[in-house]
Write a protein that binds this ligand. Structure first.
Ligand SMILES: [Zn+2]
Length: 76
């Protein structure tokens, strides 16, 4: 049976993969609490309802009221 070269990564076991993913998620939560200590607030309409949108390298926060996108990563 052929092994999918993308799914099969030598040196990275499945538990390690999930551990990395878990840490990444924990970092996103920590950043979220640092950026919005009192909870999310949309910079455009000041709405507090939001959706979390996962991207490949970061997490986006989308305001549910005005659909304004906000990345959680520090702005440059
Ligand atoms: Zn908004």
């Amino acid at each position: 049976m052929a092994m999918n070269p993308i799914q099969f990564q030598p040196g990275l076991s499945m538990p390690e993969f999930f551990e990395h993913y878990g840490i990444e998620t924990q970092c996103a939560v920590a950043l979220e609490q640092t950026r919005w200590p009192n909870g999310f607030r949309c910079p455009r309409c000041e709405g507090t309802a939001y959706s979390r949108v996962r991207r490949r390298h970061h997490t986006l926060f989308q305001c549910r009221a005005c659909r304004h996108h906000r990345t959680i990563a520090p702005q440059r």
